[in-house]
Design a protein around this ligand. Structure first.
Ligand SMILES: [Zn+2]
Length: 452
């Protein structure tokens, strides 16, 4: 069993939908190979069909996403085989919105009689007419080594359709189908659906094994805390789930927070409160850590032995973050880099298009440098914006006060605001991995021509 021989894998959900464009368009064998040779995973699990139900390969047995321009599965298959890497597939099981667009009568029905737009009913022919044919197609066409079926147990809900209701009544002898947890037979109703889910999983797992015995398949979260059923009945090959730290770590912490020993003071830090469970936040006193003043950071640095003039500059540059200021004080290269990028900006503002293009090309080659340059430029444009707005608020780039003053005089407030937000957007876009060169070109070409 190959899953026993592997340690490190790469998994990606893609969840192609009807509006995606250019699927596979940016992927090439060379690119993928270079990337996998660097990461050296034991296996790769790439997406083939997500919750919207559109396949990201040109399927013959379901609906291919309209935006496929090149078959990403073919590229993955060929490259993984060449490198001796096992290839698994991420496939959405119970949840398939496209199948329900085509067959509304396959939908799970809620207690009010409304059809779901996402979840299929276990009495529908979905598993036989879409899911199994697609899994077999993937084995036949790409000889895939495994499947990771997403959205089974956690996406399953009881279904009140006629077929499910009739089957329940005949199996149990109940006189009416329960509608709420207060009703008699409710537990049996849930058990009945769990059993349907187990049968559903067994059906497709058996179909996969029958076609390719060494194809290793799992249903996500099977036999985890989300599906604590007995192991009898579902022959999955391994256990896996897209575990979120919120599921376990935070829940485990709840008890500690509730019953903290008297001598302990627990301090939790988080980048943003939205990442936390509400139950955690409600048991804590929330203290928002805001940056301190430039003056306080300067004072702090001076006390640490940083020369007065440097301490003053770093106090401003740090944006009120003492830890960052201390790092800058110890890192001569970081300060030199900043000075260089601000000099570059000054020169580029008076430069012609050709110089700017050449600079953009060089800049885009090192994404991290590009990103850092954007942050430095953003701090400069914010300073310009402050002065253009007539504000006397202390500048971040204290040592460039003259440049800031000169440029802010020649720009309207609207222009200063636009340049600031353009820089913010560029940082955001770079994080999203857009074409870095194009982004660098657009950013630099957008700057006004100002000679100072
Ligand atoms: Zn049903």
């Amino acid at each position: 069993m190959w899953q026993q021989q592997v340690f490190f894998g790469v998994h990606y959900d893609y969840h192609a939908n009807a509006n995606d464009r250019n699927i596979g368009g940016d992927l090439s064998e060379e690119h993928l190979q270079e990337w996998l040779e660097r990461i050296r995973p034991d296996w790769v699990q790439c997406d083939c069909k997500g919750h919207p139900g559109y396949a990201s390969w040109p399927t013959k047995t379901g609906t291919p996403a309209p935006g496929i321009v090149r078959d990403p599965l073919r590229i993955h298959r060929d490259v993984c085989r060449r490198l001796g890497i096992r290839l698994g597939m991420h496939y959405s099981g119970v949840w398939d919105a496209r199948a329900l667009e085509l067959h509304p009568d396959w939908a799970a029905v809620n207690e009010k009689g409304e059809r779901s737009a996402r979840m299929t009913c276990r009495h529908s022919p979905y598993v036989d007419e879409v899911m199994i044919p697609q899994l077999i197609e993937l084995i036949d066409v790409y000889d895939v080594d495994g499947f990771w079926v997403d959205g089974d147990n956690w996406a399953s809900t009881p279904c009140w359709c006629e077929k499910c209701s009739a089957a329940f009544l005949s199996q149990t002898g109940a006189t009416a189908v329960p509608r709420s947890p207060a009703d008699r037979w409710w537990r049996r109703w849930l058990d009945f659906h769990r059993d349907l889910l187990r049968r559903f999983v067994k059906r497709y797992v058996d179909a996969v094994h029958a076609r390719k015995p060494d194809c290793q398949i799992t249903s996500s979260f099977a036999y985890s805390a989300r599906m604590p059923d007995s192991t009898v009945g579902i022959p999955v090959d391994y256990l896996s789930g897209d575990l979120d730290f919120r599921f376990s770590a935070q829940n485990a912490l709840l008890k500690t927070l509730e019953e903290a020993p008297a001598h302990a003071l627990l301090l939790l830090t988080a980048d943003n409160a939205e990442q936390l469970l509400p139950t955690i936040v409600s048991r804590c006193e929330v203290i928002r850590l805001r940056p301190t003043t430039a003056a306080a950071v300067t004072e702090f640095l001076t006390a640490q032995g940083v020369p007065a003039e440097k301490a003053r500059l770093l106090g401003h540059l740090s944006g009120g973050r003492p830890g960052y200021a201390l790092r800058l004080a110890a890192d001569e290269k970081a300060l030199a880099f900043r000075a260089e990028k601000l000099d570059d900006l000054r020169e580029l503002l008076s430069a012609n298009r050709r110089t700017r293009f050449a600079y953009a090309e060089k800049l885009a080659k090192e994404k991290d440098t590009f990103r850092q340059a954007l942050f430095i430029w953003l701090s400069f444009w914010r300073d310009v914006l402050l002065r253009a707005a007539g504000s006397e608020w202390p500048l971040t780039n204290l040592d460039r006060a003259e440049d800031v003053a000169q440029i802010s005089k020649r720009l309207s407030l609207t222009e200063a605001r636009r340049l600031t937000s353009q820089c913010e957007q560029a940082i955001e876009r770079l994080e999203k991995s857009v074409n870095a060169r194009l982004l660098a070109e657009v950013t630099l070409m957008d700057w006004p021509k100002v000679t100072i």
